[in-house]
Design a protein around this ligand. Sequence first.
Ligand code: PHE
Length: 466
Amino acid sequence: MKQGDKPVHGMWTSRWAFILAATGSAVGLGNIWKFPYFAGEYGGGAFVLVYLLCIALVGVPIMVAEVMLGRKGGMSPVHTMIKLAAESKVSRRWAGIGYMGALAGFLILSFYSVIAGWTLYYIWDMAQGGFQGISAAGSLAHFEGMQANAWLMLGCHTAFMILTMWVVARGVSRGLEKAVQVLMPLLFVLLIGLVVYASTTPGFAQGVNFMFHTDFSKLSGKAVMAALGQAFFTLSLGMGAIMVYGAYMPREVKDRRTGQTRRVSIVSTVGIIALLDTLVALGAGLVIFPVVFSNGLEPSQGPGLLFVTLPLAFGQMPAGVIVGTVFFVLVMCSALSSSISLGEPMVAWLVERGLGRPLAALVVGLTAWVIGIGTVLSFNYWKDVTFLVGTFFQNIDFLASSLMLPLGGMLIAIFAGWVMKETQARKELAMKSFGLYMIWRAVVRIVAPLAVAAVFLNALIGALGG
Ligand code: PHE
């Protein structure tokens, strides 16, 4: 396939299309499923605070860098990095950022699809009224019953992976853009409604206190590492998803009202995405923890947290069958708009190597599906088979989310801050405020790499010491 300057992948049709797609990538299971269960597991407030700091100090600047590199390169992360390395006259090895990212996205996709598969089962169950008037113990038993059934989980994992690859195969603007336009706003509205509902439950004050009361004695090196990894995970950073979406971002758009072209600002765009992502995560916590405390449940129960607590709330509220079904449909859709971006760096790379899009999607989907079987089994037959940091699922998650994403993000920051010509970065970003630009530059050069290095070192010392 020819790879001149002409894009082989298509483009977003507007700035909003990019914002929606990138928000669709960012907002997903990471916000609604993972953030609350991590916060629960790592003790609440202090974890939440470190997470928010990681988003603001490390995540946002790296996201700016990633979009900038992507838009400059205009191709899959691998080829973008090859191109930019050549332009900066440095080693081709910088393409390693692209390869490692594609691999990380691929590993995440393998387990992401399994968890998203749970939402499919919950939609089905919820719609049938399976949770009406259910007790806390009943809800837990329900979840455990699903986990014990490996065939059921495999079926849902398969269905979700097919759905993902179908959208990916349809391509950038036809497939991805259409779906998120409707779903994202809907998810917001429903989440706000649920927070209002949660505020009427007796455990609300306790839930809020759990999330925002910072008790640093509970904070371990492992928790800080998890918070950093989660910041990367939730913003889809460090693996090229945002880079490849940036590659589909136009430099200029026509203003609908005035008809004039204007530049698309990367910084304000990223600000909107990070803000929306953070609001959804906090919103999910504000729904889940009040329900936990209202029903005497454990906040630290792990990956089942979302799936045990919310059905309880839906089982108690009026019109719970409808609200609950719609909610899980939206969670499923927001997972879908994330999972398509997990495969995209690898798919885009294969397309540039000459594969047709549908075939590339098939190859990526099928391989990730096979690895995902390991995650399916981690909840039943292999539940007690643990090594390194835990089950197969926990190892894949830790390797990809806690190690590869921060490492990838650090390399992206170093490339944007130290390797690339300063004038090039400044031109591509075209920030209006020079002061803001200097802050960004200081962060990607110094703060972000040091923060990642410090967290890694701290965890390493903790592991060796403990
Ligand atoms: N950000 C997504 C979520 O929070 C997950 C994701 C990670 C998507 C990395 C793409 C890349 O669910």
